[in-house]
Ligand binder design. Structure first.
Ligand code: HSE
Length: 435
């Protein structure tokens, strides 16, 4: 044992794709991590459900245990990679209450119970780190919390879910249907057998709430995020987007803006979005993540990289481990929850956005005027209209793109169009950003 460095015991909860890579890298690069943190981290126990399961990287069987008590009691740092709410919440709280620092990659847990975990860490003096919870290897948590602590952030907008980006990318580049692209993502191991958290936008919403809390120094939960997933996006939506030199991305958008009562607040939304092909987020392919951050002083920054996968996510966990180990050995602590701004959460209906609405209408005299009247009656200004013949006899297709308008008014337009005699069907209504 190298006596230059104090020795620290690390308990790892979960030895799946990420956990087994964390253990491998911590073991293989032990000397480097000791030199960087000033402490020798030793994996002392690994909590698993089944000691005989096959692992992505080999783990000394003597370390494996099915007892949470053995994996937590007496540790200096606990790494939580179980995922989900329970038992992760109980185990993380137990560690924090015992003064054990925690590194977690669990976005669902943070988005639902962040304040409780932060309070427990502050009370006992333990660290709570979670770089791996958002965008895998991409250091956006550190970037917002520390690198940009000298700035006033106005907007965070990005692709924070690799699975949906892969699906939309396959629809875009190969003309696949949503169902075929999802199947391809599952065959290649990107999407889970139950992909609902990804495709319904909930994974992105959890990450959006974590980023918004950091950016705006305000407590934000997943319930504060207006969410729409990608399940209704069709191959036709994608080819239509390409016709107009755009593509469709699932974006998480958190912004600081003035509410209708004149007070500043924050709003968060996750939805499929048309972005122009020359926008930086349009070029983010496959399962990559990218987050644009706008600071008043710094201007626009982009964080880009691998948002999932064993080794990339392990990289984020290990950077947190280095910081937590240093504090453990020499004092100091991780930044605490910063909620001093206490900004109100704005009603999503008051967000200003733009829609592109595609509809099949009756091909008759005055139809365009009927459609335009509906927009006008709801105070929504049209930026452009495109009309073409439809395959169905007696029908044509109108694609209208609006100027910025209140989300609630845009929804009212879509509802009114759906009920109008002039319109056979509203086939899609997708928000537009970045132009
Ligand atoms: N399901 C997530 C994604 C994994 O597809 O991005 C990383 O959180």
């Amino acid at each position: 044992m190298d006596s230059r460095y104090p020795s620290l015991k690390v308990g790892v909860l979960g030895a799946g794709t990420v956990g087994s890579q964390v253990i491998r890298m911590l073991t293989e690069q032990s000397d480097d991590f000791a030199a960087r943190s000033g402490a020798r981290m030793e994996v002392a126990r690994v909590l698993v459900r089944n000691v005989d399961a096959r692992r992505d990287a080999p783990i000394d069987p003597a370390l494996l245990t099915t007892s949470p008590d053995e994996a937590i009691t007496g540790m200096d740092i606990v790494v939580e990679l179980i995922g989900g709410i329970e038992p992760a919440r109980t185990l993380v709280l137990r560690a924090l209450n015992d003064g054990i620092s925690v590194v977690t990659g669990n976005k669902a847990l943070l988005a639902a119970h962040g304040p409780e975990l932060y309070a427990a860490a502050a009370e006992s003096g333990a660290d709570l780190y979670y770089e791996a919870a958002v965008a895998g290897a991409v250091p956006v948590v550190y970037g917002l919390r520390e690198s940009l602590a000298g700035d006033r952030i106005t907007k965070v907008m990005g692709i924070v879910n690799g699975t949906t980006n892969f699906i939309l990318g396959a629809m875009n580049s190969q003309g696949m249907t949503y169902e075929d692209a999802l199947k391809k993502a599952q065959d290649l191991g990107f999407a889970e057998a139950d992909p609902s958290a990804d495709v319904d936008g909930l994974d992105a919403a959890a990450k959006c709430s974590i980023l918004a809390s950091l950016a705006f120094h305000t407590r934000v939960g997943i319930e504060d995020v207006a969410v729409e997933g990608i399940t209704s996006i069709t191959a036709e939506d994608m080819s239509e987007a390409a016709y107009f030199h755009r593509t469709i991305k699932l974006l998480a958008i958190a912004e600081r803006r003035i509410g209708e009562d004149g007070r500043e607040g924050v709003s968060m939304r996750v939805h499929p979005t048309l972005v122009p092909l020359d926008h930086p987020l349009a070029a983010v392919d496959e399962a990559f993540n990218a987050i644009l951050v706008e600071g008043e002083a710094a201007g626009r920054l982009m964080f880009y990289g691998q948002g999932a996968g064993g080794a990339p996510t392990a990289s984020a966990v290990l950077s947190d481990l280095v910081a937590a180990a240093h504090h453990r050995a020499y004092g100091g602590h991780a930044p605490r929850e910063s909620v001093y701004a206490h900004l109100p959460i704005l009603d999503p209906g008051t967000a200003k956005t733009r829609y592109q609405i595609r509809m099949q209408v009756e091909d008759r005299l005055g139809v365009l005027s009927d459609v335009a009247g509906i927009f006008a009656r709801h105070g929504v200004s049209i930026q452009s209209v495109h009309q073409r013949d439809d395959k169905e006899p007696g029908a044509c297709v109108i694609i209208a793109t609006t100027h910025l308008a209140r989300e609630a008014d845009l929804r009212a337009v879509v509802n009114a169009l759906g009920q109008s005699d002039a319109v056979r069907e509203v086939t899609s209504a997708i928000r537009v950003e970045g132009e």
